[in-house]
Design a protein around this ligand. Structure first.
Ligand SMILES: [Zn+2]
Length: 313
């Protein structure tokens, strides 16, 4: 069994690995909790790799390529900067560690760029990818190539300011898209409304006295007016961000990924409705498809396994 590809996606809470055969088929997958510090990421990746190899009877010498996506800014020279979700990532030597651990070649990239590479692999060629998780990430792809920008940091759409002087963002600025349209922003709003005595109908009987999960609120927006108000406001900012980006880039298609996209079927109608309100001229751009990213929660790891074709081109 030669020519295997291994891909890893380091998220704020989970590390997902996939092993692909030379035809690109997934032959093993495994998910573990994310290490709490960058120092442990390399050894955790190698543990997951060995476990996957064990499942399909492969050996480390069969692995030709190893790629990893990380929630960080990654420059053209594959150095890590400004990671917020896993401490110690900025300036870490993770790539060197992974390269020296086996016979494979290895590359590293931003996690959302990796999801975009998975979409390219699935046949998409030009699109804007919006990744909705705890935060908001983005990637821009044209003609099958990830646009990286002058420093390698293109697509950090979560920190585009949508409300001057608005809500505080984790990056230190105010009014970023992430502070209004991320999963965390939605959770914060739900908690705020719950503290005012709203949403008692959606409280989980197993968690009395605690605010309902944001997912439950999204799934209930048609049935409950307060939920509708919250999800509509959230979708408005998401639509505003997407509309701004389409004004600049005239993207052919929008793909939605990240953990929040698991509820895509519940909010897509509201998102399209809000999008048509803010997009000008709506009649020219009403039909831009907004779809789920291929491979769902596996996208980042699968894309990472094909990073060699998208690095140092
Ligand atoms: Zn920000």
């Amino acid at each position: 069994m030669v020519g295997l590809r291994a891909g890893f996606d380091l998220g704020g809470t989970k590390l997902t690995g996939v092993l692909l055969d030379p035809d690109g088929e997934v032959i093993a997958r495994h998910t573990v909790p994310s290490p709490s510090h960058a120092n442990w990421v390399g050894s955790t990746v190698l543990d997951v790799l060995r476990r996957m190899l064990g499942e399909c009877g492969g050996a480390e010498s069969d692995v030709a390529f190893l790629g990893i996506g990380v929630p960080a800014l990654v420059s053209h020279d594959e150095r890590l900067h400004g990671a917020t979700h896993v401490s110690g990532m900025s300036g870490s030597s993770l790539l060197e560690e992974l390269r020296s651990a086996g016979p494979w070649s290895a590359h590293i990239d931003n996690d959302v760029n990796c999801s975009a590479i998975a979409a390219i692999h699935a046949g998409e060629s030009s699109f804007l990818l919006v990744s909705l998780g705890t935060g908001i990430g983005g990637a821009i792809v044209r003609d099958g190539r990830v646009e990286r920008g002058a420093r390698g940091f293109a697509g950090e759409i979560g920190h585009m300011i949508v409300v001057a002087g608005g809500e505080e963002c984790g990056c230190g600025k105010r009014g970023c898209l992430e502070a209004y349209a991320s999963g965390q922003a939605l959770t914060r709003r739900v908690e705020r409304e719950f503290a005012k005595g709203r949403l008692p109908e959606l409280v989980d009987p197993q968690r009395p006295g605690q605010a309902p999960a944001a997912k439950t609120v999204v799934e209930s927006w048609r049935k409950l007016a307060v939920a509708g108000e919250i999800v509509q406001d959230w979708a408005f900012f998401l639509a505003l961000g997407i509309a701004n980006l389409i004004e600049v880039g005239d993207h052919a298609k929008v793909l939605i990924g990240g953990g929040v996209s698991a509820s895509f079927d519940h909010f897509t109608e509201l998102l399209l409705e809000q999008y048509q309100q803010v997009m000008t001229p709506a009649r020219l751009r009403r039909d831009i498809p907004i779809e789920l990213v291929p491979y769902g929660p596996m996208a980042g790891a699968i894309g990472a396994a094909f990073l060699d074709a998208h690095r140092k081109a």
